[in-house]
Design a protein around this ligand. Structure first.
Ligand code: DX5
Ligand code: ZN
Length: 216
């Protein structure tokens, strides 16, 4: 069954603890943490202190999405803070193989993310080593953007490749996902669904998560 990973980027930060507890109670599978540095993406968000704080109030895995330049310098600090899955962008990592193995050596699950315009080929020699591939369905940087449908054939191609190789790698999609779009990405082969605004801006988190599951 597909997994739901609510992005706390859309949570009310004055009540972050309550918000995390609320999505956990509502049936979230992961907590998605969007880290932005103002270099790789045109926005600055949160860092390892928040990962550490979130880890104190939830037991569900933290799915940490690094949208930062030069991720190698920060792998260690995020895993120590409590990241269970750590995802870096292929576009930001100069030595992707080293970065991925650095994450795994520290005991976390390793993910690689691709922007909408980045071809799947960059994964050719690293895919078997990955626990997750995050295909961006918006250009990273902000919550609440419109889903880019051109990514759908890319999800299908990645799914075929993973199945052909007999891998267990999860395909995660991120950006503009909610009850209205989840069916298209789920049918294409995605396994993990990030949703920020669709969950946190709804009146009833449980109902929204259930609706997303029903639409999968
Ligand atoms: C975008 C982030 C996403 C974003 C999702 O750069 O990586 O995780 O917060 O927000 P929605 O679901 O509102 O598109
Ligand atoms: Zn994200």
């Amino acid at each position: 069954m597909g997994k739901i990973s609510p992005s706390i980027l859309s949570a009310d930060f004055t009540r972050l603890g309550e918000e995390v507890e609320a999505v956990e109670q509502a049936g979230a599978d992961y907590i998605h943490v969007d880290v932005m540095d103002g270099h790789f993406v045109p926005n600055i968000t949160i860092g390892p202190m928040i990962v550490k704080a979130v880890g104190r109030i939830t037991r569900i895995p933290q799915d940490v999405h690094l949208m930062i330049a030069d991720p190698d310098s920060f792998i260690d600090v995020f895993v120590k803070a409590g990241a269970d899955i750590l995802t870096v962008h292929a576009e930001a990592a100069t030595h992707l193989h080293r970065t991925v193995h650095q994450i795994k050596a520290l005991g976390a699950r390793a993910g690689v993310s691709l922007n909408p315009a980045t071809p799947l080929d960059v994964l050719d020699y690293i895919l078997p080593d990955l626990d997750m591939v995050l295909l961006m369905t918006v250009n990273p940087g902000f919550e609440g953007q419109a889903f880019i449908p051109e990514v759908i054939p890319k999800i299908q191609r990645l799914k075929e490749r993973i199945d052909r190789l007999g891998l267990q790698t999860e395909i995660e999609v991120d950006g503009g996902i909610g009850p209205d779009t989840i069916n298209r990405v789920s049918s294409a082969g995605a396994d993990v669904f990030v949703a920020g605004s669709a969950i946190f801006y709804s009146d009833d988190y449980r109902k929204t998560i259930q609706l997303m599951r029903d639409e999968m």
